[in-house]
Design a protein. Structure first.
Length: 539
């Protein structure tokens, strides 16, 4: 039989729906491709995926070919007609052609574990999720006793990826060992650190993985209800997760008798007001209960008395999203990655003044130099790198002389720094480090919940003292006063908000002392400029 006149099969084209890609025209690119398909000019099927994390190439368009998914980027809406005419659907050459995406060196040398599906699948397709390994972890967990699941997570060495690095299995065992009754699983998605965006990308790019991780946690500790607390600045993540929860309920992945196991568990989304302090677990719980987000004194810890006074697992997005991999592949496979007590992978986020910003997931032990210079390609401005701040706005500023420090919780702590949530914000040699130190104190003053005096008052006094130092007023006396103030905030603050604020201040003073010499400028203006630049990352 002749094939003459047969309609050619449609070619699948992926265009990210991630917020970062949408901010630079991904929706318009997708619309242009769809219009071409509607006109009948080209047989194509547009699928909106998550972002692969190569943010300097967004919108990154991928075409499915017999030789794999071929990428083009960054694609502007005005490029679409030329790309199609040039044979993009056959993977043909074009100035924007990048080649097979999976083989791009920037991606190929990573250890994509938590981000294995992000950017690969349709985030809201249950079939796509299962076809790419989804539910394997949950099925494996449901075949085991809760205590065995907790033991597996403990053996993997998985630690909290929200910044504290506390062993997830220890927290889960505490909840499991509490008396039977109502228990909760809470996911803290209040991702407030400047230069971090991995939580958002997981929620927008692979939300079923997070739901699966929360469900495994529920089975492991005996919880029946879960809450996903998302900051209000993430409307796309909120919409995607809510849609994914609806699909999961339809599929029997949430609700009563999940996958026929007898487990009853459901997840609800709550949107926070954007308070940085709600990244701290007890402040988040206060907000979930309908009160202003303020820190609770410990003990009791949330694992014993958490949400509504009941035993509660509180984990970060990346922690819970990694749990399905641990259960599916086994604790040993995950623990074999990493160094020392820092096992597995970390999702590093490169931002600030950097040439190639985005997501780098690799085993712990990679050096800061590899992240900044090899993956990041140095500064976007082309000027020399002067410092990188690791671990969010309360992390230390590290000079290039310390860039060979391995990404390892203990190694960083020994150097007076922290890995935190994995954010790396780069600055070139034009940065004013006195202004950055002042900004840390100013940030704490603005974001403090106000419950404890060292944080609430100390941060305000810190701004004033730094202003006096820069103005040259009794410099030595004020430097000593600033050191005493940092000691007080570190030792006396109720939580890490005030306790960590001295870290960026001390690191700036230690590594960049000349920036604190009298200059006769308005340090407040410098700090306001510095603060405005804090969010100029590629997220």
């Amino acid at each position: 039989m002749s094939d003459e006149g047969a309609v050619p099969s449609a070619v699948t084209v992926y265009v990210p729906r991630d917020s970062a890609a949408r901010s630079v025209g991904a929706d318009e690119v997708a619309d242009a491709l769809r219009r071409a398909a509607v006109r009948g000019d080209f047989p194509l099927d547009v699928v909106r995926n998550g972002s692969r994390g190569l943010l300097w190439l967004e919108p990154l368009v991928e075409v499915v070919t017999p030789h794999g998914r071929v990428g083009y980027g960054p694609v502007a809406p005005c490029d679409v007609e030329d790309l199609l005419a040039s044979g993009m659907l056959d993977g043909a050459g074009h100035p924007l052609r990048l080649g097979a995406v999976d083989r791009l060196p920037w991606l190929a040398r990573q250890n994509r574990v938590t981000f294995a599906r992000v950017g690969v699948t349709d985030p809201l397709s249950p079939d796509d999720y299962v076809a790419h390994g989804g539910l394997a972890g949950l099925r494996a967990a449901l075949e085991r006793e809760p205590a065995d699941v907790v033991a597996e997570v403990t053996a993997s060495g998985l630690r909290g990826r929200g910044g504290a690095g506390f062993p997830a299995g220890v927290k889960w065992k505490t909840v499991l060992d509490c008396a039977d009754g109502l228990k909760f699983v809470c996911c803290n998605a209040d991702e407030g650190d400047s230069g971090t965006f991995a939580d958002r990308m997981v929620m927008e790019g692979d939300p079923f993985m997070l739901i699966e991780g929360m469900t495994i946690a529920a089975h492991a500790v005996g919880a029946s209800e879960g809450y996903l607390y998302i900051r209000s600045e993430y409307p796309d993540a909120v919409a995607t997760v809510r849609a994914a929860i609806g699909v999961a309920r339809e599929q029997g992945w949430l609700g009563r008798n999940i996958l026929g196991s007898g487990l009853d568990f459901d997840v609800h989304v709550r949107v926070g007001g954007g308070a940085y302090i709600c990244g701290e677990e007890t402040s988040m719980l206060e907000s979930l209960e309908g009160r202003r987000g303020t820190v609770r004194a410990k003990p009791p810890i949330p694992a014993v008395e958490g949400l509504f006074g009941r035993p509660t697992v509180v984990n970060n997005v990346l922690t819970l999203a990694t749990v399905p991999v641990v259960l599916a592949s086994g604790a040993r496979a995950y623990a074999d990655l990493g160094v020392g007590r820092s096992r597995g992978t970390q999702v590093f986020q490169l931002g600030g003044n950097i040439a190639r910003g985005g997501i780098v997931e690799t085993a712990f032990g990679v050096t800061l130099r590899e992240l900044v210079e090899d993956y990041g390609g140095g500064t976007f401005s082309g000027r020399p790198v002067r410092t990188a701040q690791v671990g969010g706005p309360l992390g230390a500023y590290l000079p290039p002389s310390m860039f060979d420090l391995p990404m390892d919780y203990e190694a960083f702590a020994e150097a007076g720094a922290m890995v935190g949530h994995g954010g790396v914000v780069v600055f070139d040699d034009t940065v004013d480090m006195a202004a950055q130190a002042r900004f840390a104190m100013e940030f704490c003053a603005a974001e403090s919940c106000g419950k404890c005096t060292p944080c609430r008052v100390g941060s305000v006094r810190g701004v004033e003292v730094i202003d006096k130092i820069v103005a040259g007023r009794h410099r030595d006396e004020n430097l000593a006063l600033l050191e005493d103030l940092c000691d007080l905030m570190t030792d006396g603050s109720l939580c890490a908000m005030g306790g960590l604020t001295p870290m960026p201040v001390r690191s700036a003073l230690t590594h960049f002392p000349d920036d604190f010499l009298a200059r006769g400028t308005d340090p407040g203006a410098d700090s306001r400029r510095a603060g405005g630049a804090r969010g100029e990352g590629t997220s």
